[in-house]
Design a protein around this ligand. Structure first.
Ligand SMILES: NC(=O)c1ccc[n+]([C@@H]2O[C@H](COP(=O)([O-])OP(=O)(O)OC[C@H]3O[C@@H](n4cnc5c(N)ncnc54)[C@H](OP(=O)(O)O)[C@@H]3O)[C@@H](O)[C@H]2O)c1
Length: 257
């Protein structure tokens, strides 16, 4: 084989195998984060999940294979202490996000909700990356989670749009600063999780029907769809600084939310 042929040959073929790797999913006990944790575990990883509450294994047997930690990402000291205790890891997934306090008109005089939302979602994602980075393996990765509204604003959702856009910018910037550690964001569309429990059962069914009717993929999204994307981002060694949309085409169409 000539030198130029050797240069064309990749050092290894990318796989979807995470055997022997340690994956930490912040916000991994429910919803999208749980979908990511289950996908990482199915790919062979040892998985640690962290969030504010401890889930009972008796009630949530799907969490049995994971180590569970208690962590509030809006508390920087707690984030530092948690990642010091975790020690070495290969991949960090930050799925945690407050799901309240972030709706309202821009002209509202009370900015407490916005501050609290930014503090949890943006600065919390920042702090997790900051204190995990020294312990991440050099061929490891960080993946943040945003949402379709980052790309398509809606009235009353300015805090969420701005925060998600900031998290996506953080991914690009950290890809530069932390390389060769790879840093990406996943931008999901509608995903059927407890986040939607604020709706009445009738309204929730109506939203699902609107999604099926209007999204180009003609289906609703599930946490496993995002988990699949997370495994891709953890295992492909040449993807960094990108936003991977897993939305069924949500940002191409108008719909209720
Ligand atoms: N579902 C969708 O359609 C959708 C679409 C686009 C974007 N998203 C975004 O995706 C993220 C996850 O949403 P989801 O649908 O999976 O909702 P979810 O099931 O309510 O998950 C949110 C998770 O974040 C954790 N969490 C919240 N605040 C935290 C904090 N301060 N520190 C640590 N953990 C915290 C929660 O656990 P604890 O309560 O135990 O802390 C929970 O496990 C959110 O940012 C959401 O805005 C969701």
């Amino acid at each position: 084989m000539t030198t130029s042929q050797n240069e064309l040959k990749p050092p290894h073929s990318p796989t979807h195998d995470l055997t022997g790797q340690h994956v930490v999913v912040v916000g991994g006990k429910t919803g999208i984060g749980l979908g990511m944790a289950l996908a990482a575990y199915a790919a062979g990883a040892r998985v640690t999940v962290a969030s504010r509450r401890t889930a009972s294994i008796a009630d949530h047997s799907e969490l049995a294979p994971f180590e569970q930690l208690v962590l509030d990402i809006s508390d920087e000291d707690a984030v530092r202490a948690t990642f010091n205790a975790i020690g070495s890891l290969d991949h960090l997934l930050v799925a945690a996000g407050p799901t309240d306090g972030s709706w309202g008109a821009f002209m509202d005089e009370d900015m407490r909700g916005v501050r609290s939302y930014l503090n949890s979602k943006f600065l919390g994602s920042w702090a997790c990356a900051r204190y995990a980075a020294p312990n991440l393996s050099s061929n490891g990765s960080i993946t943040f989670l945003t949402g379709g509204i980052a790309a398509r604003s809606k009235i009353g959702m300015t805090a969420v749009t701005s925060t998600f856009a900031a998290v996506e910018a953080l991914a690009r910037s950290l890809a530069l600063e932390l390389g060769p550690i790879r840093v990406n964001a996943i931008r999901p569309g509608f995903i059927d999780t407890d986040l939607w429990n604020f709706l009445s059962p009738t309204d929730a069914a109506d939203v699902r029907e609107k999604v099926r009717a209007n999204f180009p993929a003609r289906r609703i999204g599930y946490p496993a769809d995002v988990g699949h994307a997370a495994v891709f981002l953890m295992t492909n060694p040449y993807v960094t600084g990108t936003v991977l949309e897993v939305s069924g085409g949500e940002t191409l169409v108008d719909w209720l939310f």
